[in-house]
Design a protein around this ligand. Structure first.
Ligand code: XUL
Length: 518
């Protein structure tokens, strides 16, 4: 048996997924929900209450407690943990944990992970990706490192509020003594990986690229960005490592408590998006992934680290080698729900009737669905915008509004992913709305690509388990992808040439409408 364990510490919970990589099966999946299972940490949705809505921090002890709890559950469920050959994991990106030098040996003799970590925290809370309180620090970092373009060229992203560098700068500025006492700064991913190996683990290239601190070209910490971020930072960051690196064997703590074999290898953890790229089988250029969630995201493997000239997209490391892009759109399911509710539509009315009763191109009626402020493109003033005939403008045509929304979302995905320079042949679609035939047909036609639907719900945990099998067991990516990432049989959607032509003509008009909002 070749068992590999993938762990995914997301915003709201920790999921564990055990695979048999030879057989190509998921053996067991279990999860801990932070709000329900660890309510004593006061993070019902994964973050602590704060009077400033821009500040979103979580408790690093919560993540440690969740790791003990989820492994305890696996053990109690009879998971064959003694036969696990390799473990890897996934963390919500950008979040940072601040620890003393003592963290390196914290696990020695500890009874719980919380007890081990608690005395080592130099900052009690950890800013997470939802935090947007560092606008001033972003501007300062850009100014001190040669401008916005220069930060983007070096790190793959403009300085962004939620990214780790600006968050570290804010801590160094506002709590300089605690910053000075900090021996090591980890990402959520490298922090949990460190617990598993019982010492400081490196930061992998995939997640490290989400910090505004890593130089994409060299794959190492960027001296200019580090100097612009905080004093003495280089001494506080763990080294950078390739995502596939075995960073150690599991600490004796886990062998004694949960029955792991001492030989169990730990592969570097990575961020949730790099892990998901693997878990949905998108590790090769040519296949793009569209995740239709609360926000919609587009990600795809890239050979070269080209950066988005408009500044919206990000470039991270692809755990399978090379790079990946990530583009996030706030108005995803949020906007789909808003239109559904506006017209009191049931899901079948939204999903089937609207598409059956309107033609591709929607008679030229267009919408910009900014129900909440948008990040791609940047639109601060919420409120949808419309362009079209009188019925459409007056909202007398609900089906037309649904089509306008879905076409706008698809065209926006296409438009804002063009900078990667590689048109996908296949778009793999995940998330709740992937069930919709209408939405998938529009995506296929707008991208002129085959849309494939995936069944997997836990793509980051699956990606982590696959990475463990690759890094610790030598399983090839193609083999793992064929076994674990098959799309739903008979559910592919092919582009229809006549519709493709409609959207080819419409895209420039849509782009002009969008640009006019500037
Ligand atoms: C990506 C991002 C989120 C987090 C949490 O840049 O901020 O996707 O990784 O999922």
């Amino acid at each position: 048996m070749a068992y590999y364990l993938g762990l995914d510490s997301s915003t709201q919970g920790l999921c564990a997924l055990l695979i048999d990589a030879s057989a190509g099966t998921v053996v067991l999946e279990t999860a801990v929900n932070f709000g329900q299972d660890l309510s004593e940490f006061d993070c019902p949705q994964g973050f602590l209450a704060h009077p400033d809505p821009l500040v979103k921090h979580s408790d690093p002890l919560l993540w440690a407690a969740a790791l003990d709890l989820v492994l305890g559950r696996l053990h109690a469920q009879g998971a064959p943990l003694s036969q696990v050959v390799g473990v890897s994991g996934s963390g919500q990106q950008h979040g940072t944990v601040y620890l003393s030098h003592e963290f390196a040996t914290a696990l020695d003799g500890a009874e719980t992970l919380v007890a081990a970590v608690q005395p080592c925290l130099t900052r009690l809370t950890a800013p997470i990706w939802m935090d947007s309180s560092t606008t001033a620090e972003c501007a300062e970092i850009s100014a001190q490192s040669g401008g916005v373009e220069e930060v983007r060229r070096r790190s793959g992203s403009a300085a962004i509020e939620r990214f780790s560098g600006p968050q570290i700068r804010k801590f160094a500025k506002t709590e300089p003594e605690d910053y000075a006492d900090t021996g090591v700064i980890h990402l959520v991913s490298s922090y949990l990986c460190s617990l598993l190996v019982g010492g400081n683990a490196p930061i992998d290239f995939g997640d490290g690229a989400g910090m505004n601190l890593l130089n994409l070209g060299s794959g190492q910490w960027d001296e200019v960005l580090l100097a612009a971020t905080a004093p003495g930072l280089v001494a506080k960051l763990p080294p950078v490592a390739p995502s596939r690196q075995v960073v150690g064997t599991i600490a004796p703590y886990f062998c004694a408590k949960y029955g792991f074999a001492a030989s169990t290898k730990v592969v570097a953890w990575s961020g949730d998006n790099p892990n998901s790229l693997i878990g949905v089988g998108g590790w090769q250029p040519g296949t793009a992934v569209v995740s239709l969630g609360t926000s919609d995201t587009f990600f795809a493997a890239m050979q070269q680290p080209v950066v988005d000239p408009a500044g919206y997209g990000h470039v991270f490391g692809n755990p399978a080698g090379g790079f990946m892009c990530l583009i996030a759109f706030k108005n995803g399911s949020l906007a789909r729900e808003a239109v559904k509710q506006e017209f009191g539509l049931s899901w079948p009315e939204f999903d089937v009737a609207s598409f059956a009763s309107t033609p591709p191109g929607n008679h030229g009626n267009l919408m910009l669905p900014y129900f909440v402020p948008e990040i791609t493109p940047l639109v601060l003033q919420a409120g949808p915008r419309y362009q079209g005939d009188a019925d459409f403008l007056a909202g007398r045509n609900p089906a037309g509004r649904v089509r306008a929304l879905v076409e706008a979302q698809a065209m926006s995905l296409r438009l804002h992913s063009q900078w990667i320079g590689e048109k996908p042949n296949t778009v793999r679609v995940t998330g709740g709305a992937a069930k919709s035939d209408g939405i998938c047909q529009v995506l296929a036609d707008v991208f002129d690509a085959t849309v494939e639907r995936l069944e997997t719900g836990s793509s980051a945990a699956l990606g982590a388990a696959m990475r463990a099998a690759n890094g610790a067991g030598g399983f090839a990516w193609a083999d793992l992808t064929a076994k674990f990432c098959a799309c739903v049989g008979g559910k592919s959607v092919r582009p229809i040439p006549a519709n493709v032509a409609v959207y080819r003509d419409l895209l420039p008009r849509f782009a002009a409408f969008e640009a006019a909002q500037g």
